[in-house]
Design a binder for this molecule. Structure first.
Ligand code: MV4
Length: 671
């Protein structure tokens, strides 16, 4: 076994690998970019080396630099995690040349699975079932047309070089073929510089079922059952589970055998995944093979009780696999939900920002959290915006779903928009409970999964008001404490004032809406005038800073996170943002607004979207910036108008540069 390994990755997977290495007594070396100097994976490793600026191309993708660090730090092996260098055959080869073990398959296996059509060729020859279609070299349109008619419709045209659904066209009828072919070729050329296509029978409701395989250098190969990864958005997985619901022992056996045959066909060593499309009639077809440890490997670990990173390390060190096929059994059911900083309401666009508040459910035998971030960290445009993987386990699928819903409701993130509520809606959907899942699940249940934004409920407003009143009482209490006359009526904490009307108006902005909550001071609590009526409330703060509230006799616990004038109320798994408008505290709005109108990263201004002095609504795009080939939109933080743009289109700006002056418009609540 290795004394020291280097982890050529960051985030949760780097932390995940370090955890197992530590358990096995292996010294760990991390690498990090400028953006990750304070990251968790750096803190967890025994040693860490700076490798470059934030952009992955200039840091985590620099194979030579990383190899140099490996040599310098005395690492015997490199774990590439997933993404970055994990499926880079050239890097695997360079490791071998340097005498450092690449913890992954032989470079020939990576290379063989790198091209879609070549992979299908190999798998077809090995007897692994392929979707009926044409995967050959002949690209003559008339020939392809004749092949299409032979295969039949509906038909799918895919870019050979493609991935992620780019260059894919469904052809429903023969007459539509020519146009679809030229469209697919155009898209493939633009996207990959290669207009080669392949064609397949189109499966209308397939499931994405993948098999975890493992092989050692002694020639043993086995599988660790399946995962269902059908719940995807933008061709990216968000919920994965093992075992797949409705899977029969016979089908599992068949798919497992096909996956092992696939691994053997390319002399595979290490952890790999063979992806299949499973049709409604039980036929399954090879899609592609991923020659790395996957993001969703924890669900397999949870049902088998095995540590796949430990297996990877042992196999890479030349040991045989710790056990054989008949010793691996399925126990219970596991589901993984990927918590992303993204906005489901805006086509799942990544949400960039600082994790002002992060609280995860507590881990136990049923709940596992794989995360690489801490409260206070930034979600930047440089890397994948995944915040954590929430993995639950229970004895059966419906119990696991219950665990998932509960844990998702306890997941609190403030500072960036996340998909937790969306994931909760998927988990709560009757079709999900019934196991009616396929790759169009999200599309099909769109209306149930993307609810309209609702105004703040009385409960939300009451929690916000109570939070502010408790703070006011605290401050008054502290003033009394430090005063020479602690019994002075001026320090009363219950709002009682001589010659003062004992009520207080709280002004909130809820999206577009101004709401005033009138607070009447009463003994032991407050009466709140809320949109739905009046309510007697009282409460106190828990040791952890939560609010323990009594709302008209109903006891609830809420978390309120404040930043400037914004309050985020976290309650029952949902979060609601309110902006406080205190007419007596001038200048506060400016402070809340300023932080969001600065460049989130160094980049170029590519478009100015608003006119000076013209009123825009909250969320309206103001400036579009570009950095590292990604676009980032700076939007109006509230209703108002731009007073001045500080940079013209084309300007290159530094991170943190003030891009514009924005004048917030605050509706005056009616007296
Ligand atoms: C298919 C298919 C139906 N029939 N191939 C999507 C991206 C690429 N990895 C393959 N994909 C598909 N290929 C045939 N012959 C449906 C999809 C597909 C899909 C597959 C797996 C997971 C999610 C998906 C979402 C849309 C389409």
């Amino acid at each position: 076994m290795f004394d020291t390994i280097l982890i050529a990755n960051r985030g949760e997977i780097a932390c995940r690998v370090i955890r197992t290495a530590k358990r096995l007594g292996i010294r760990t070396v991390a690498v990090y970019s400028d953006a990750d100097a304070g990251a968790l994976h750096v803190a967890l490793a025994d040693e860490a080396y700076h490798i470059g600026p934030p952009a992955a191309r200039e840091s985590y993708l620099l194979g030579d630099v990383i190899l140099e660090v490996a040599v310098r730090s005395g690492a015997g092996a490199i774990h590439p995690g997933y993404g970055f260098l994990s499926e880079n055959a050239g890097f695997a080869e360079a490791c071998a040349k340097t005498g450092i073990v690449f913890i992954g398959p032989p470079c020939a296996a990576i290379r063989a699975m790198g091209s879609k059509s070549a992979a299908k060729e190999i798998m077809g020859a090995a007897g692994v079932p392929l979707v009926p279609g044409y995967h050959g070299q002949n690209q003559d349109p008339a020939f392809l047309r004749a092949e299409a008619d032979r295969i039949g419709y509906p038909l799918l045209i895919k870019a050979s070089a493609g991935g992620g659904g780019k260059g894919m066209r469904v052809v429903w009828n023969g007459p539509d073929f020519d146009e679809a072919l030229s469209g697919a070729k155009r898209e493939a050329m633009a996207g990959f510089g290669d207009d080669h296509v392949l064609m397949e029978k189109y499966l209308t409701r397939p499931r994405h079922i993948e098999i975890q395989v493992f092989a050692d250098s002694q020639g043993n190969a086995l599988h660790l059952f399946e995962r269902d990864c059908s719940i995807q958005r933008r061709h990216q997985k968000v919920i994965e589970e093992a075992p797949a619901s409705g899977m029969t022992a016979a089908l599992r056996e068949q798919m497992g055998a096909a996956a092992v045959a696939a691994a053997r066909a390319i002399n595979y060593v290490g952890a790999g995944t063979v992806e299949f499309l499973l049709d409604e009639d039980g036929s399954f077809y090879f899609m592609e093979m991923n020659t790395r440890l996957q993001v969703e490997h924890p669900v397999t670990e949870m049902i088998t009780g095995l540590d796949l990173v430990e297996w990877q390390l042992r196999v890479a060190a030349g040991e045989p696999m710790p056990c054989s096929q008949e010793h691996i059994v399925i126990g219970g059911h596991a589901i993984e939900a990927r918590i992303y900083a993204e906005d489901p309401a805006r086509e799942f666009l990544p949400s960039i920002g600082k994790l002002r508040h992060l609280r995860t459910p507590s881990e136990n035998a049923h709940v596992r959290i794989d995360s690489g971030v801490l409260q206070g960290d930034e979600v930047s445009i440089h890397y994948d915006p995944m915040i954590a993987k929430l993995v639950v386990w229970d004895s059966d699928r419906s119990s696991a779903i219950r665990r998932l819903r509960q844990a998702l409701a306890e997941f609190q993130v403030v500072g960036v928009t996340t998909n937790t509520v969306f994931l909760g809606s998927v988990a709560a959907h009757p079709a999900f409970a019934a196991g009616e899942i396929d790759t169009s699940f999200i599309e099909r249940h769109r209306s149930a999964l993307f609810p309209e934004a609702a105004p703040a409920s009385d409960r939300t407003l009451a929690l916000a008001a109570l939070d502010l009143m408790l703070e006011q009482a605290d401050e008054a209490g502290q003033r009394a404490h430090s005063s020479s006359d602690p019994y002075s009526p001026w320090h009363r904490t219950n709002g009682w004032r001589l010659n003062f009307d004992n009520h207080h108006d709280l002004h909130f902005i809820d999206g577009e809406q101004a709401i005033t909550v009138v607070v009447h001071y009463r003994s032991g609590g407050y009466i709140l005038d809320l949109p739905g009526g009046s309510l007697f409330v009282r409460g106190e703060r828990s040791a952890g800073g939560d609010i323990l509230a009594d709302l008209g006799g109903m006891r609830v616990k809420g978390t309120i996170v404040r930043h400037g004038n914004t309050l985020t109320i976290l309650d029952q798994g949902k979060s609601h943002l309110l902006t406080r408008h205190d007419p007596s505290a001038a200048g506060d709005e400016d402070e809340a607004v300023a932080g969001r109108l600065t460049a989130p990263m160094p980049g170029k201004v590519v478009a100015i979207m608003a006119e000076i002095g013209v009123r825009v609504e909250r969320g309206t795009p103001l400036i579009i910036m570009e950095a590292m080939k990604m676009e980032h939109t700076i939007s109006a933080p509230c209703d108002g108008s731009v007073a001045e743009f500080h940079y013209p289109v084309g300007a290159v700006v530094n991170e943190g540069a003030e891009l514009l002056d924005f004048t917030a418009e605050v509706e005056q609540p009616l007296p």
